[in-house]
Design a protein around this ligand. Sequence first.
Ligand SMILES: Cc1cc2nc3c(=O)[nH]c(=O)nc-3n(C[C@H](O)[C@H](O)[C@H](O)COP(=O)(O)O)c2cc1C
Length: 202
Amino acid sequence: MIFIGLLSIKGVYNNWKGATNMISAIIYTSTSGSCEYYAREMSRKLAIPCYEAKKCGLPKGMEVVFIGWLMNGKVTGLDAAMKDYNVKGVVQVGMGAPTEAQEKVCRSKHGLGADVKVFSLQGRFDMDKLPVYFKPVMKMVNKSIVERLEGQSSLSDAEKATLQMAKNGKGEPATWDGIEEAIEWVKELRNPLDVIKWHEPT
Ligand SMILES: Cc1cc2nc3c(=O)[nH]c(=O)nc-3n(C[C@H](O)[C@H](O)[C@H](O)COP(=O)(O)O)c2cc1C
């Protein structure tokens, strides 16, 4: 009797969870640490667990925020994550200066619905932390970024940061504070029943 009662409570909870927009976890991909930093910052401030996407093994369909780095205009790992989880928000992180147009590109490249929130942030670039096979192409990309930005008469702080990254092969974003807006958005949607509930990878 008690068992049946517990089962039905669990059923009601799961239905309620599925019918709401509540976020239970943050998952991320990162090679040089920016997305990991943003994920940990969000996790720390909201007491929502964060996991590296490849290893996370969370329950299928779980509502999550995805934080991933840009590779040739696509968010690394996002398509795979969308197969397993209900991605409610995406934070895309690149070395370029964030622009409004990036959101549209992200939506069309990943087929995101209007109900998925998208944030665009700048992260760091660090040639030394990249797998060796990315280095030759990034040397060429960086050269063309330097040519383009040095040809502009004035640069925003974020563009100046990009220029430094491209010139030196490493550098930090103009600010790390951009994540605050995403944190504020998630704050309203976090699942109170999953706060501080960490899932062991399966
Ligand atoms: C192969 C490759 C492609 C990249 N493509 C882009 C890009 O299209 N747009 C962009 O802004 N940054 C691009 N970047 C830069 C990374 O997205 C940026 O350094 C990001 O902050 C890395 O995040 P992480 O520190 O979490 O690894 C690229 C980097 C690599 C290695």
